[in-house]
Ligand binder design. Structure first.
Ligand code: HEC
Ligand code: HEC
Length: 295
């Protein structure tokens, strides 16, 4: 008797539960890909664009991309991202303005599919609408800075300790205060105030994925490891503390007095040596010329 009454209600309850479960699964299916996609977009932005662009954090080497989908047409954005220089060469006025404003920095061509660009632009638009700033999820140090890190960082910077990935030492292209008498290279900017110019996550991200064309050509295949990133970051932190007055580096290379002095001394010595080496030959030639003239 009891089972006759209860079985329909049990089965009704069961089917309601099933329907609810089904609906929940549908909901999950609808939301999961979307968040997975924006996760992929955030990842892509961090690795490929964040060296030069913020979303909502202000201009870096390139313009802040907050609201860019409102400023430019979608087709323009696709064409620009694939090859900014080509669009500029075609005489596009918007591209020309950007190139003028951000010179000498030039955005390199991005080898991306239309789907990837669409995913990125949707992500940028979402953040912009929510008025949120892009925060790089991966740009964190693997451990807190400890005593000795800054010194170890300087050894990596100057090449006294080789980089584990086989990348060129920073000093080949950069200077930093304390890098030794002759200083470092000038192909890249002076990094003494790198930690003034960039916020911490921005700087950590540059160490993880330096997406500037020159650096990328070296470090894309020879990345720094987590320990090296901590030590180099500690060095930048320390350089800032030791030189609070150093202004953010300017675009052009500066001439240091000691370079002028060394250059002057070297020139004088070179002239003296050449004089010694060639004193006979010079006289011989001159004598010949004088003789010919007289004849
Ligand atoms: C090496 C630095 C660099 C990298 C990396 C870079 N950009 Fe740029 N980007 C620039 C510069 C600089 C400009 C300004 C135009 C110029 O001078 O090339 C610019 C301009 C833009 C513009 C036009 C902005 C506006 O206000 O109209 C868009 C859109 C853009 N970049 C998207 C991207 C995306 C997306 C990525 C990553 C896939 C990326 N950029 C990677 C440097 C970079
Ligand atoms: C082959 C030359 C080269 C090497 C080696 C190199 N860099 Fe760079 N780096 C550059 C150039 C060039 C730029 C400027 C990129 C630009 O403005 O587009 C740069 C930019 C930077 C910046 C941003 C500076 C700024 O003011 O915007 C940082 C930080 C940096 N490099 C750190 C390093 C570190 C750390 C190392 C060593 C692990 C290193 N670089 C090795 C060439 C190099």
């Amino acid at each position: 008797m009891i089972s006759n009454f209860s079985s329909p209600s049990v089965s009704a309850g069961f089917s309601i539960a099933l329907t609810c479960l089904g609906a929940a699964m549908l909901l999950l299916a609808a939301t999961l890909p979307a968040s997975a996609q924006s996760q992929a977009a955030a990842d892509m932005f961090e690795k490929r664009c964040y060296s030069c662009h913020n979303i909502g954090g202000g201009d870096k080497k390139g313009p802040d991309l907050k609201g860019v989908t409102g400023r430019q047409r979608t087709a323009w954005l696709h064409e620009f991202i694939k090859s900014p220089a080509a669009l500029n060469r075609k005489g596009d006025p918007a591209a020309a303005d950007l190139f003028k404003k951000f010179a000498p920095e030039v955005m390199s061509d991005q080898d991306m599919t239309d789907e990837e660009i669409t995913t990125l632009l949707t992500f940028i638009e979402d953040l912009s609408k929510k008025n949120e700033q892009f925060i790089p999820a991966g740009a964190k140090l693997s451990r807190p800075i400890a005593a000795g890190d800054s010194e170890a960082g300087l050894r990596l910077f100057t090449g006294k300790t080789a980089l584990s990935g086989g990348g060129a030492s920073c000093m080949a292209c950069h200077n930093i205060s304390g890098a030794g008498l002759l200083g470092g290279g000038t192909l890249g900017p002076d990094l003494t105030a790198a930690n003034v110019k960039y916020r911490d996550p921005e700087l950590i991200s540059i160490l993880q994925n330096p997406n500037f064309p020159t650096m990328n050509s070296v470090f894309a295949t020879h990345p720094l490891n987590d320990e090296e990133i901590v030590q180099l970051f500690a060095l930048f932190q320390n350089a800032k503390l030791a030189n609070p007055a150093v202004p953010a580096p300017t675009a052009g290379p500066s001439i240091e007095p000691r370079f002028l002095l060394i250059g002057f001394a070297a020139t004088v010595m070179a002239i003296a040596c050449l004089n010694l080496l060639w004193r006979k030959r010079l006289r011989g030639v001159r004598l010949l010329i004088v003789r010919r003239r007289r004849q």
